[in-house]
Design a protein around this ligand. Structure first.
Ligand code: ME8
Length: 665
């Protein structure tokens, strides 16, 4: 991104809709959104693409696990993704769905071009396949039950007739590309990884499946569907109208800056440029692979079930707070742990204590000491004050250029750091000058005006600069400063220090970034997480259901009797029931299930008095793995109906007498 660009095209991966969105998806998307806003603000014609990857075996299985048609499943999931992203202020230029007809047309066009140019041939493939990665895996040694190292799930043997893409022909061309365009794969560590992969030799890759029905048919051979990664990668050009008749923006915007997670760097930095070169098209501008958000030290992933639910996140935090945290706390390119704890700390220190405080103290003093009008100081002023003001002006101006430089290198945390460094300089300037004392002495009124107009200018610059990162907060501050219009359309390049209209009146002052009560918020978050699976004492915070089905699940949501038999449900009688301190929704039960007494936690405290449950016959799922909640172990799940609209749990029971331990079949 160091080249000057007249247009700017940024993309995110298109996300699999086998489960609901989580913070990882949001992360890439809100960074793309920030970059698009950043360029748009500077007058660059910008296009921001995101969307959903809706084909393949995994999606078929997810729909089967929910017992609904695939189209219905993908439609529902896409809605969920779109709503989630919108709640965080994401404003994409286009949302592509791989089930869109124009995309299908474009993918088939790309296939035809590659076939005509002789890069596709038919062969046979057999190998270990991870349905979650949608990728064949190399298995070392003679492991009979190998697992996917990313997903920790069993690999499956897949053998089928397949079309292949002649990737092996592109080794030299790709190495040449990485050499002549060293910035094409970023950051450096990922570039090295890609270089060493390609240097190790490239095998042709399988790009069709006969076993997958939910896919785009191979032109001229509809027994095959196009491999989901071939289909998915093409989205970056089909969305602009390449190979289809729907849009005409390819020449205007291509090539793109692709933002991706490091998990899919190989597809973007090796396969994708090879497909493009084969088709005679320009390769991407940059592929930037960021690190993974970790939760509890492990990659946050739907399959591992340790995801942060954006719905809960949004319930307690504003979109600005989350955007800021993701850009400031995590160095783009490196892995970073996400905790609510550190999010609240960031909000309190940088937003409430930093920007929020500076803006409200500046505005409050202008209101109190200058009748709410931005003061225009007289030129004549002490050398000391002049020097201080100049120092602040330079610090702010430097932060504008440092911010730009850092953002152009996708180093968002450094860019924000430089703004906060300037903010600290302004804060110090105000504290040292003590305007509250100056205001008491009439003869020092001009000094007071210098201090407050300087602070005002600094806040005005910060609002403009931070608008792509904090779209709502920056606009609020802009309004309070008495500035009209949208701050998002004010380019920092055009900002003139002191260029504020004389006598500008400020508007009503409101706290833009309030301080959060950490302990209370953490408690409320825990309760919300527990409430996600109401009657289950074993489910944690994972609301990213449905989990992908076990590989052998039959289609259309039908399961075999053997699969049903795996769930052991037994009759039990509640022996004791009590509330758990600080967990409003949980009850701790002990249940006699015939052979033993089990401790089970159930999220039913809002609906059942503990005393009313003692002696009650219940149904318990007895073979779930134990889970800890609030430091207590839950050994089973009490079965309940979830009654709409609020998901009220109603315990399952029997009207006839049934002994403890009897199994439900
Ligand atoms: O791979 N931390 O889709 P996907 C940070 N459909 N980012 C994360 C993340 C985490 N823990 N988890 C996911 C696919 N992401 C394909 C892509 S593109 C042509 C096809 C983000 O739903 C990150 O951007 O598994 C990652 O690369 C992407 O989501 C994977 O999303």
């Amino acid at each position: 991104m160091s080249d000057p660009v007249k247009t700017f095209y940024v993309t995110t991966p298109i996300y699999y809709v086998n489960a609901k969105p989580h913070l990882g998806h949001l992360y890439t998307t809100l960074i793309a959104d920030t970059l698009a806003r950043y360029h748009r603000q500077r007058g660059v014609d910008s296009f921001f693409l995101t969307g959903t990857d809706e084909r393949g075996i995994n999606i078929e299985r997810a729909a089967a696990a929910r017992g609904i048609p695939v189209q219905q499943h993908v439609d529902e999931m896409v809605k969920e993704f779109r709503e989630t992203f919108a709640a965080f202020g994401i404003e994409e230029s286009r949302w592509i769905r791989t089930t869109d007809a124009f995309h299908r047309e474009g993918v088939q066009s790309l296939w035809r071009v590659l076939a005509e140019k002789g890069f596709i041939y038919k062969g046979k493939y057999e190998g270990w396949f991870c349905p979650y990665c949608n990728e064949y895996k190399d298995v070392e040694g003679h492991d009979e039950n190998p697992q996917c190292s990313t997903h920790e799930k069993p690999l499956e043997i897949l053998a089928e007739e397949s079309y292949f893409f002649k990737l092996s022909e592109f080794q030299e061309k790709l190495l040449e590309l990485y050499k002549t365009r060293p910035g094409i794969v970023q950051p450096e560590s990922r570039r090295n990884e890609v270089l060493s992969f390609v240097s190790g030799g490239l095998k042709d890759i399988s790009i069709s499946r006969v076993s997958v029905k939910w896919g785009i048919p191979v032109p001229g051979d509809d027994r095959h569907t196009i491999y989901v990664w071939f289909d998915a990668l093409a989205n970056y050009i089909t969305a602009l109208g390449w190979g289809n008749r729907k849009y005409q923006e390819f020449d205007r915007y291509w090539p793109a800056l692709h933002l991706v997670g490091k998990d899919i760097i190989r597809f973007h930095a090796v396969y994708w440029p090879a497909f493009l070169m084969a088709a005679g098209l320009e390769v991407p501008h940059i592929v930037f692979a960021h690190g993974m958000l970790l939760s509890g030290g492990r990659k946050m992933s739907k399959t591992l079930g340790n995801v942060i639910d954006p719905v809960i996140l949004r319930k307690f935090f504003t979109s600005d707070q989350v955007r800021f945290f993701c850009l400031r706390e995590i160095v783009f390119g490196l892995d970073g742990d996400f905790t609510y704890d550190s999010l609240i700390d960031r909000v309190n220190s940088d937003l409430a204590g930093g920007l929020g405080n500076l803006s409200s103290r500046t505005l409050t003093m202008i209101r109190n000491f200058c009748s709410g009008r931005v003061p225009t100081p007289r030129e004549s002023v002490s050398e000391g004050m002049k020097a201080q003001v100049e120092k602040v002006r330079l610090a702010v101006k430097r932060s504008v250029s440092d911010f730009d430089e850092a953002f152009n290198q996708c180093n968002f945390s450094r860019g924000l750091e430089s703004v906060w460094a300037a903010m600290a300089a302004v804060d110090k300037f105000i504290s040292d000058a003590a305007p509250w004392n100056l205001a008491k002495e009439t003869e020092r009124m001009n000094d007071l005006h210098w201090v407050l107009s300087t602070a005002y200018e600094a806040v005005r610059h910060f609002a403009v600069l931070l608008s792509p990162v904090l779209p709502c907060g920056a606009q609020d501050i802009w309004g309070q400063l008495g500035q009209s219009g949208t701050v998002a359309s004010v380019s920092p390049d055009e900002l003139v220090w002191g260029g504020v209209e004389k006598g500008t009146s400020i508007n009503e002052i409101k706290g833009v970034f309030p301080r959060m009560d950490k302990e209370q918020t953490m408690d409320q978050i825990k309760q919300s997480e527990e409430a996600v699976t109401p009657a289950s004492g074993t489910g944690k915070s994972d609301s990213a259901a449905p989990a992908p089905a076990a590989p052998k699940a039959a289609s259309d949501g039908v399961i075999s009797i053997e699969e049903f038999a795996k769930v052991e449900m037994r009759v039990g009688t509640v022996q004791t029931a009590e509330r758990i301190p600080k967990a409003d929704r949980l009850l701790k039960l002990t249940v006699d299930i015939g052979t033993e007494i089990r401790q089970v936690l159930a999220g039913i405290a809002l609906y059942y008095e503990p005393e009313s449950l003692i002696g009650r016959r219940v149904v318990v799922v007895t073979n779930l793995a134990p889970r800890k909640m609030r430091g207590l172990e839950s050994n089973g799940m009490v079965v309940a109906a979830s009654v709409e609209p609020d998901g009220r749990p109603v315990l399952a029971t029997f009207t006839e007498d049934v002994p403890n331990g009897a199994r439900l079949k």
